[in-house]
Design a protein around this ligand. Sequence first.
Ligand SMILES: Cc1cc2nc3c(=O)[nH]c(=O)nc-3n(C[C@H](O)[C@H](O)[C@H](O)COP(=O)(O)O)c2cc1C
Length: 162
Amino acid sequence: MKEKIGILYYSLSGHTKKIAEEIKAVTGGDLIPISTVKAYPADYEELVEKGQEEVEKGIMPALLDVPNLSSYTFLFAGSPTWWYTMAPAMKSFLSGGNLAGKKMAFFTTHEGWPGKGPSHMASLAKKGKALVQGEGLAVRFSGSRQVTPAEEVRSWAADVSE
Ligand SMILES: Cc1cc2nc3c(=O)[nH]c(=O)nc-3n(C[C@H](O)[C@H](O)[C@H](O)COP(=O)(O)O)c2cc1C
């Protein structure tokens, strides 16, 4: 069966968005950005601290409206790594339901300390009765430079959704 693919992502500084676009280039899926109602601090140090507090406390920030995902049979979901796990916004999304029966695959971007984002995302999605496909992908950046080759992203995306 041909899958109807969505590529849902959260991205504050554009890295995860870039990977979502690489996945779109091979799968033809629709890009579906998510964002929080409340903006995070613009100052990076304040952002990192706020992120730490939210991750440690398990806070799930309110999201701006997520489009109706019912027509998608396969969802990629991508998040930056925040304190060795997914960003709180992705936790909000995955805990929000409507995943039952969907195939899902997870990716994260990081800067050298990937932690367990994709496997934490997979666990939450399984609780929502999603069907997790393959191993998650961690894509490394160094500043704005993508260290993990785009080719690796593309072959992962093709394999996991075939
Ligand atoms: C709150 C916060 C926490 C972070 N924690 C980590 C981390 O634990 N490990 C790591 O390698 N990078 C960490 N980073 C760096 C981001 O994961 C990395 O820059 C990511 O690619 C950003 O994605 P984006 O541009 O899509 O927002 C953190 C960044 C922020 C803002």
